[in-house]
Design a protein around this ligand. Structure first.
Ligand code: ADP
Length: 191
């Protein structure tokens, strides 16, 4: 199973990614988490990524693509994977296409979580209180939303036109959303 999970900042991608990946027995690969791990370890990748992340901008495609390619090449991703936060640009879409084609597989679905704009801001501000992420300040949140609208929202149409888009209502309780994702993927949770 090869899935991508899309949605604006605050839509709950990271939360849902874990449940969905676990259900299918595949790794959840979050570009944001990998960048943050590199930032906290002070690696050269982290030093480069931090400049962009702190400003709410995307890390350059070349850097992000190389990182995802390396991660997908790891053994645990051979049976499949769920990508959380990648692709986010049109250029990343073609890069991912090549990575998947090279393994002789195909993408199964692009799940997009939809959440009201007001609710998104509330969730991110709440997360700022509890997690203290450097990019969860009001100004940076606003910039991340703009960048999402400009660069990532167009990807929804790309995947729709390929017949791969699965739209899921991301409002409500975490568990309700998870159940909707399973239902949308036409898979019943095992428990
Ligand atoms: P959110 O979706 O809540 O904004 P993430 O944790 O997914 O946050 O990502 C945090 C930051 O990491 C992004 O604002 C961006 O700077 C960087 N990032 C993550 N994924 C990508 C990507 N695919 N391309 C470029 N930059 C990315």
């Amino acid at each position: 199973m090869r899935l991508i999970l899309m949605g604006p900042p605050g839509a709950g991608k990271g939360t849902q990614a874990k449940y969905v990946a676990e259900h299918f027995g595949i790794p959840a690969i979050s570009t944001g988490d990998i960048f943050r791990a590199n930032v906290s370890q002070g690696t050269p990748l982290g030093v480069e990524a931090k400049r962009y992340m702190d400003a709410g901008e995307y890390v350059p495609d070349e850097v992000t693509n190389r990182m995802v390619r390396n991660r997908i090449d790891e053994d645990d991703a051979a049976p499949g994977f769920l990508l959380d936060g990648y692709p986010r640009t049109v250029a990343q879409v073609s890069e991912l296409d090549q990575m998947i084609e090279a393994t002789g597989h195909r993408l199964d679905a692009a799940v997009v979580l939809t959440v009201d704009a007001e609710e998104l801001v509330q969730r991110l501000l709440a997360r700022a209180q509890t997690e203290g992420r450097a990019d969860d300040t009001e100004e940076v949140i606003r910039r991340r939303q703009e960048v999402y609208t400009e660069q990532t929202e167009p990807l929804i149409d790309v995947y729709r036109s390929r017949g791969l888009l699965v739209e899921v209502d991301g409002m409500g309780e975490v568990d309700e959303v998870t159940q909707r994702v399973f239902a949308a993927l036409d898979v019943l949770p095992s428990s």
